[in-house]
Design a binder for this molecule. Structure first.
Ligand code: WTA
Length: 631
């Protein structure tokens, strides 16, 4: 697999990838072990949508993540796990050891009735068993659906039901900072909400604190794996067989299950990993994301392991036991590539410049960011205090739906520029379009970001509802994938991502649909109507601002805010709690009754001067009231 190392090479490679995408991706795919070669590289029709890569090819992704490396790197460290509490020992697995653990658990899954195509839900903290479990599913062709362990029982139940999961795999508790959060208890609660498809729950003992086990349904991880053999033949999968489902938020209330398939995802995550992080043999790479999100899937597990890398996963939080934790881990494991979210950088920056200075960060070569736009101040701090001005910062733009990094600098080949994700990776053909759907040809422009041509790791469908996939991503503009983001392009062709143009907000790098939050808030007895928007937040990127109309019976506002927090916690999870709540008597609406979110967004951001023409509103007077009552 080629790794780009100069500007000239990037130019040449990019051109080749666009002139003949099939040839380009066939070359990349040859790196891997296929049980049967594909008959055709690509079949596609965005209008349906129907996209197939490496058609007719047969493979198993774990054979490529693990077995393929055994001969050359059996004794090399594949995975390092750093616990929440630094006084506890870390764990590490060589490729050989990881292979063995994955096989053992794959055999345990089979023993418990799991077959190819079955869906398995993971609701776990960042423990090695999560990575092992996910790979074990892929080993036997079961489809994993990882749900971030911060979601509530209701949100978990919704996702289990949508994918009709046969099994749930969880831990007893989650050690996070100074907290010990119950995990199994949430699963028990979720399963009481009509998850009839679940036959078995496998519980991994993490903290060892007490949980209740339901007879006949719940089994301990250590018991089911105890007598299993350390090898398990990988199930032969078609390139287009489903690998995993990952739920993400959109404009409408219900999260959708983004489906990724085996062949294309394998080729693209590895290709992008090697290029964007300039990964070289024996480097130690650390991505701080949670495996509950796409970044953890593609760039903690699959991309690095497919590339024979040493990948770190960490259980804790950036500020526990103190704000030097990240840098401590970088020093301890001599990290070469470090990948995190702007929100974490901002939070650490706020703790003072001295924290990183206590640690040896001299092994760092590349720094990455993902999940939200990075502001210039955070970029400069990252560059100065962490990278010491010598590490390229790769600002990587991509999405759950894209499966892998789409627009990003490539170290030493593409110049970095604060706030810019810069240029597309080879094979990626972005464009800007007007709201009417016309492609903007002029280089320097601003518009809606679309992708014109398929790439191997793109979304194939939304689980159980293909029409929804078509509607959300392929119907806005003809023959294009619409990202939901707005972007600016410079005269040198480099892209700056502005942010979502739909009703999705990005809170600490977490994607949250405003409709989801509204639905949760509306469950409170005193609420008549609500409207939720994002507003700029110094640490989180965006905060959640809720405008609510109540039945007039709210007496104690502080208590009411707590109740709203609780209801959001119950239906979604703590990540979606509103930062600000404003009681209003009405919401600005169009004559057809649509809430004018644009106006609410502006007011929440403190920009009350440029509200545009409000005279056509159904209730223009309410705007004054909303402005006056801003919290
Ligand atoms: C935003 C995360 C600016 C964007 C991998 C996108 C970014 C959404 C960047 C996807 C970036 C991601 N600069 N914005 N470098 N990376 N985004 O699905 O709005 O959790 O649409 O995937 O995050 O979030 P998701």
């Amino acid at each position: 697999m080629n790794r780009i190392t100069s500007a000239a090479e990037y130019k040449k490679t990019y051109k080749a990838s666009v002139d003949n995408p099939e040839k380009f991706w066939a070359t990349q795919a040859k790196t891997f072990k296929w049980k049967k070669k594909w008959k055709k590289v690509l079949d596609w029709d965005f209008r349906k949508p129907d996209v197939k890569w490496f058609v007719g090819g047969k493979l198993n992704i774990t054979e490529n993540c693990l077995d393929r490396h055994l001969k050359k790197r059996g004794d090399q460290t594949a995975l390092i796990w750093e616990p929440n509490d630094p006084s506890r020992p870390y764990k590490s697995y060589t490729y050989k050891a990881l292979h063995k653990e994955v096989c053992k658990f794959a055999n345990a899954l089979k023993k418990n009735g799991i077959k190819k195509g079955d869906r398995i839900c993971f609701y776990m903290p960042m423990v090695p068993e999560l990575a092992i479990g996910v790979l074990a599913c892929a080993r036997i062709g079961a489809i994993h659906s990882v749900v971030f362990a911060g979601f509530s029982a209701t949100a978990l139940a919704d996702r289990i039901k949508d994918a009709t999961c046969k099994m749930v795999i969880c831990s007893d508790y989650n050690s996070r900072g100074a907290k010990n959060i119950p995990v199994k208890k949430v699963v028990d609660e979720a399963l009481k909400k009509g998850c009839k498809s679940v036959k078995t729950v496998i519980v991994h003992e993490n903290t060892g604190d007490k949980v209740t086990m339901k007879r006949g349904r719940d089994k301990w991880w250590h018991n089911v794996t105890k007598d299993q053999k350390g090898n398990c033949k990988p199930t032969v999968m078609d390139s287009e067989d489903e690998l995993f489902i990952l739920y993400t938020s959109g404009s409408t209330g219900k999260p959708k299950g983004v489906v990724h398939t085996c062949g294309g995802y394998m080729v693209y995550t590895s290709y992008s990993f090697k290029n964007v992080f300039a990964y070289e043999d024996n480097d130690v790479y650390w991505c701080t994301a949670d495996i509950g999100w796409i970044t953890g899937h593609s760039y903690i597990i699959y991309g690095p392991l497919l590339s024979g890398a040493t990948t770190i996963m960490s259980e804790g939080v950036p500020t526990y036991p103190d704000a030097g934790r990240f840098w401590h881990i970088c020093e301890k494991h001599k990290v070469n590539q470090f990948y995190t979210a702007p929100t974490a950088i901002r939070a650490l920056m706020a703790q003072g410049d001295h924290w990183p200075s206590h640690y040896d960060l001299s092994n760092l070569k590349v720094l990455g960011t993902v999940g939200e736009p990075i502001n210039e101040e955070a970029w400069q701090w990252y560059n100065k205090f962490i990278g010491k001005g010598k590490c390229p910062i790769v600002d990587t733009w991509w999405q759950t739906e894209t499966g892998g990094i789409m627009i990003s600098p490539i170290p030493n080949a593409l110049k970095t520029k604060p706030c810019y994700a810069t240029h597309p990776l080879p094979g990626i053909q972005p464009c800007l379009v007007t709201p009417e759907g016309k492609e903007i040809k002029k280089k320097k422009a601003e518009g809606l970001l679309c992708i014109k041509y398929p790439w191997p790791s793109m979304i194939r469908t939304t689980y159980g509802d293909h029409e929804r996939c078509r509607q959300v991503y392929f119907s806005a503009f003809d023959n294009m994938y619409f990202t939901g983001d707005g972007a600016r392009r410079d005269s040198d062709g480099s892209y700056r991502i502005i942010g979502r143009v739909d009703d999705v907000i990005n809170v600490s790098g977490h994607r949250i649909g405003t409709a989801e939050v509204e639905n949760a808030i509306n469950e409170h007895d005193n609420i008549i109507e609500s409207a939720v928007v994002g507003y700029p937040h110094a640490i989180k990127g965006q905060g959640i601002y809720a405008y609510v109309i109540t039945d007039g019976k709210v007496k104690d506002k502080a208590k009411f805010k707590k109740e709203l927090d609780a209801v959001v916690r119950k239906f979604i999870g703590p990540i979606a709690k509103p930062d600000k709540v404003q009681l209003v008597s009405g919401l600005p609406k169009t004559r057809s009754g649509k809430i004018m979110r644009r106006i609410l967004r502006k007011i929440a951001s403190g920009d009350t001067k440029n509200l545009g023409d409000i005279s056509t509103l159904l209730n223009p007077d309410v705007v004054k009231e909303v402005i006056k009552g801003k919290v």
